[in-house]
Design a protein around this ligand. Structure first.
Ligand code: HEM
Length: 415
């Protein structure tokens, strides 16, 4: 049995927080491996990257998710009791609930709501001073996803709900006040979502058929029971929160257009070109650093031992930047996706494997749709200037973002 390379430090949590998205890849490169062991949050942890590793990681016979996500991540980002921590039949049942919401017509309806909100803002931006794209996108996406999900949202509540959803996204790895804001945001968000679920069940809030609010409120588990109010709230937030998080990808798309201006004209040449551009944004820019699981029962793989219960992290960012999979991975080259047939284990910005049977993100189609519309709006619906600002991405911050939030000025409507 080969000895698994081990990180030299006895406890690497601080190094993980410092090195961020590069933590696993740096060590893999250093030890000449795609698998090594370390200690994170006082627990022995196996780190993996690359295609064979992703294929292994998404094998449900070998890994479980229950107890894999550290508590601080559950208490802020994902919530406790949601689909992320389920396994087996309970996971399949809950996952089918999410997938049922993502019909092609529902996805394009969300895209249309997003476009409508965006285009309504252009005249306001034309008259305003500098516009921080990240902040604007967050509010636009909050309005669009609430309307789409059947969630009533008064204009006076938009900023508050957006801030709560953002706080959950920003806080899992953060320390101190940003983490506390995440806890607070989740508590308030779950109370709000729980009230909505109860009102739909009581018949006092009409929610159109097929909307996330209605589907989640009426979902019955394998024993035929409605989801407990708090779990249903977690699942409703599992639709709202990550859809608002697409604001980050929109900022990354704007950054890519800024850094590669030739793509401003090329991107609208065909639907395939727009999609290739969007895929490269999802591959190139850092969003989710890792996915976590635990070994279901002991096994050996490539001569390495994986003991039962051991926590395992798959490096999503590192797999998307793996030299063996992506030639010149540190170059932004949308052409690499032209004619690309798809591969569930080499391109994993939103997880890998199967959507229905595994833990791969059920919001991937939504994300791509929203990003395509965003790219079209940024290149065809409006013109703008990008003044000097700090656009550097800090890979030690998770999740990262250009510090300026991407400021644009002198917005002009062009369509
Ligand atoms: C903003 C862009 C998004 C990114 C970067 C992203 C990323 C991810 C990642 C990395 C996972 C975990 C995969 C794993 O554990 O193996 C995940 C799971 C999940 N995502 Fe997304 N996601 C995004 C958008 C969305 C959207 C728009 C929705 C819903 C409308 C969504 C809902 C979920 C849910 C419910 C899960 C849990 C799935 C499961 O455990 O079976 N996400 N996402």
């Amino acid at each position: 049995m080969a000895t698994m390379p081990a990180d030299r430090s006895p406890e690497s949590t601080l190094a993980f927080l410092r090195d961020g998205y590069r933590f696993i890849s740096d060590r893999c490169d250093r030890y000449g491996t795609d698998v090594f062991t370390t200690r994170l949050l006082l627990k022995r942890t196996i780190c993996l990257r690359g295609r064979p590793a992703a294929e292994l990681f998404y094998d449900n016979e070998r890994f479980v998710r229950a107890g894999a996500t550290p508590k601080r991540g559950q208490r802020t980002l994902t919530g406790v009791g949601g689909v992320q921590g389920l396994d087996g039949a309970a996971h399949a049942d809950r996952k089918a609930m999410f997938i049922s919401i993502m019909t092609p017509s529902a996805i394009s309806r969300l895209g249309q709501l997003f476009d409508d909100e965006w285009r309504a803002r252009i005249p306001i931006w034309e008259r305003s001073g500098p516009v921080v794209l990240y902040r604007e996108m967050a509010r636009i996406l909050t309005r669009a996803v609430c309307a789409w999900a059947g969630v009533p949202l008064a204009e006076s509540q938009v900023n508050r709900r957006t801030a709560e959803l953002h706080a959950m996204i920003e806080s899992p790895v953060a320390i101190g006040p940003p983490h506390w804001r995440g806890l607070l945001g989740r508590g308030r968000g779950e109370r709000w979502a729980g009230d909505l679920i109860e009102r739909v069940r009581a018949g006092t809030l009409p929610a159109p058929e097929g909307t996330a609010l209605r589907v989640i409120a009426e979902h019955r588990d394998l024993e035929g029971r409605l989801l407990p109010r708090r779990i249903a709230a977690v699942e409703l937030l599992n639709v709202l929160r990550p859809t608002v998080a697409v604001d980050r990808f929109v900022v990354f798309a704007a950054l890519a257009l800024h850094d590669h201006p030739a793509w401003r004209d090329r991107v609208g040449e065909s639907d395939e070109t727009t999609e290739s551009f969007v895929q490269e944004v999802r591959r190139y820019y850092p969003f989710f650093p890792v996915a976590a699981a635990r070994v279901r029962r002991s096994f050996d793989w490539q001569g390495h031992h994986f003991p039962r219960g051991r926590r395992v992290l798959l490096d999503l960012y590192g797999t998307n930047h793996h030299r063996a999979l992506w030639p010149s991975p540190e170059e932004f080259r949308p052409e690499r996706f032209t004619g690309w047939r798809g591969d569930p284990f080499s391109f994993v910005p939103q997880g890998g494997g199967e959507h229905l049977t595994g833990h791969r993100c059920p919001g991937e189609w939504i994300t791509i749709e929203l990003m395509k519309r965003a790219v079209t709006n940024l290149t065809s619906a409006m013109a703008y200037d990008v003044p000097p600002q700090n656009l550097a991405l800090d890979l030690g911050r998770m999740p990262t973002l250009p510090p300026s939030g991407f400021v644009v000025t002198d917005v002009r409507r062009t369509a």
